[in-house]
Design a protein around this ligand. Structure first.
Ligand SMILES: [Zn+2]
Ligand SMILES: [Zn+2]
Length: 100
């Protein structure tokens, strides 16, 4: 093929940070393959994400709190303001809590 176009790809993007989910450079964390499937040997994902098990297929899921709207910090049942939201009667709290 012609070597006239040896320049870098025009839209080459320098990732300054690794993917927060799998700690690998080269993709945005919302495009991380771990969000679809986590390899067998991986037991940890980045901060703010958790591993969910969907019928034997493990995948990473971004933690988000629907109560206070924070992402990558905690789940709503772990919300630091949970008692406040309970006191306010937040509609989301009517759902069945996870079993003890
Ligand atoms: Zn990734
Ligand atoms: Zn919260």
């Amino acid at each position: 093929m012609s070597r006239a176009f040896t320049a870098e790809k025009p839209f080459r993007f320098q990732f300054k940070h690794p993917c927060v989910v799998c700690n690998v450079f080269g993709h945005w964390s919302d495009k991380c393959p771990y969000l679809k499937r986590i390899p067998e040997n991986v037991t940890e994902v980045g901060k703010g994400y958790r591993i969910l098990d969907g019928r034997g297929l493990r995948y990473a899921d971004m933690m988000c709190c629907l109560l206070c709207g924070k992402f990558r910090d905690h789940e709503d049942e772990d919300c630091p303001d949970l008692s406040k939201f309970i006191a306010e009667g937040h509609p989301l709290l009517n759902r069945v809590p996870r079993s003890p």
